[in-house]
Design a protein around this ligand. Structure first.
Ligand code: PLP
Length: 234
């Protein structure tokens, strides 16, 4: 095993331990929490190491990068976690198990259209921007029900939950408030019972805040740098 593989193995172990501790503290079973290893900016080789260390889901931010790595490595699942432009939906529908970042009715329609063409049912999360600040993407709380209603009428889409990104560079209390508000939206919609919508996943928390997210009810966390190290953006 080379140095890089050992490093990734050690990091995966540590992240899993942190998830476990946070889960117990929040009265969850560790197995209730799904870990998405965020592989953006890291080579296919690193993803292979992470898979060997027990990462089952790889999350990519950009369609192009996902498609390149899709040909090279085979995690159990690929997830798209970053913003999706409507005209790129056709490249990934049916390839990724879950799209975390659906934030408009137009995108819902396009994904449904592509899924029909490919004869698949595409699982999606709706990305909400609960604090209406700093993060560019995600629908507002007001738009959420409109989007859910629209999705509930589409035969080739299955909404599996909600996703959010906490605002950057804020105090921990602000992060927690953001997560807590998102959990409330999630629980409300879970009880609301739209046709065709199964609220099962609440995707929130990244390297800097996944423990806080778990305390606030996240059952899917997206962790990049804590597994792979600092990213070099070119
Ligand atoms: C990059 C990214 C992450 C992971 O970020 P880290 O801080 O490296 O853990 C999670 N979610 C989304 C949407 C991202 O783009």
């Amino acid at each position: 095993m080379n140095k890089r593989e050992l490093e990734i193995r050690e990091n995966v172990k540590r992240v899993k331990e942190r998830i476990e501790r946070a889960a117990y503290k929040a009265n969850w079973e560790p197995s209730d929490i799904t870990l998405v290893g965020v592989t953006k900016n890291f080579p296919a080789e690193d993803i292979e190491y992470a898979i060997n260390a027990g990462i089952e889901i790889a999350g990519e931010n950009r369609v192009q990068e996902l498609l390149e790595k899709y040909e090279k490595v085979k995690p159990k699942q690929w997830h798209l976690i970053g913003h999706l432009q409507k005209n790129k939906a056709k490249y990934i529908v049916g390839k990724v198990k879950l799209i975390h970042s659906v934030d408009s009715k137009e995108l819902v329609c396009e994904i449904d259209r592509q899924a029909k063409k490919n004869d698949v049912i595409q699982d999606i999360l709706i990305q909400v921007n609960t604090s209406n600040e700093s993060t560019k993407f995600g629908c507002s709380t007001d738009e959420l029900d409109d989007i859910l209603f629209c999705a509930s009428e589409k035969a080739n889409i299955r909404v599996r939950g909600l996703m959010t990104i906490a605002p950057l560079y804020v105090k921990e209390v602000t992060t927690m408030l953001h997560f807590d508000n998102t959990r409330k939206l999630y629980i409300d919609r879970k009880e609301n019972k739209y046709d065709n919508i199964n609220m099962e996943y609440l995707s929130m928390g990244m390297s800097a805040d996944f423990e806080q997210a778990i305390y606030c009810g996240a059952n899917m966390v997206r962790v990049g740098s804590a597994v792979f190290g600092q990213r070099n953006y070119k």
